[in-house]
Ligand binder design. Sequence first.
Ligand code: MG
Length: 307
Amino acid sequence: MAEFPPDMVAIHDGARPLVSGRVISEALQTCRRNGAAIAAVAVKDTIKQTGDEFRIKATVPREDLYCAQTPQVFRFAQIMGAHERARAENWEVTDDAALLERLGHPVFLSTGDPYNIKVTVPEDLALVQWRLGENCSMRIGHGFDLHRLVEGRPLVLGGIHIPHSRGLLGHSDADAALHAIADALLGAVGEGDIGRHFPDTDPKYAGADSSELLRRVVQLVVDKGWRIVNVDVTVLAQEPRLAPHIEAMRTKTAAVLQTTAGQVSYKATTTERLGPIGEGQAIAAEAVVLLTAAPADDTTHPEGVVV
Ligand code: MG
């Protein structure tokens, strides 16, 4: 059990969640050596002082200017005494170090960290999420689908009708390729699967055009701030031969995804007559997608300046 009162105390701002062990250790060491220390980073930007209506009055030399961070580390008794005096005399200061400075006690800087930011505006929160890996600028998704091949149904793959004696059985048009892509997109953004968004128990989706369902999935992805980088699909079918239709599937899929055809790849393979696909009972598709964070769309300033 730690002794109380302690020799030293490190005071930290709860709005600085990215503080590192190194920054804390250096502040503690500096306090141990010099009596009081605060983490700080050098000012990088040129500092302007303004007067009326934001007219610049002066450019402040920045060589010896630093931004104060936390932790701020003190001898416990000294900072407690300073706080008691500040309370009694109603001092207004913006950090703990300023109390000791006002009392004439030396306070030293220790090496802070540019990432040890104070979360103040929404943009700061986005930076924290990025730093914690929650907001990586890329996402990957995988999808798989399989439908039974039966008599009396049209064969729809990659959004196009493919002439064949049989077609895929399903509640919608059973386009396994577009379903796999939709699942890959939904997976990449953590939105479950196509069955959750378009349940096959809902009569509204009976015979649905999968291009339309995929368009809605793409809209969801875009609304969540993502953009498609590329899509790679492998269709597993013993028959018909898909090679003559690959380019049409690619063009149609790219149109649905609102990408170029170059961002979409289709491959077809048989399964060497093995298993249900090889025996012609089913067709399956696998898809992977890569997404990237879409640039902010408010790139036009009110004055019409495009940045
Ligand atoms: Mg399906």
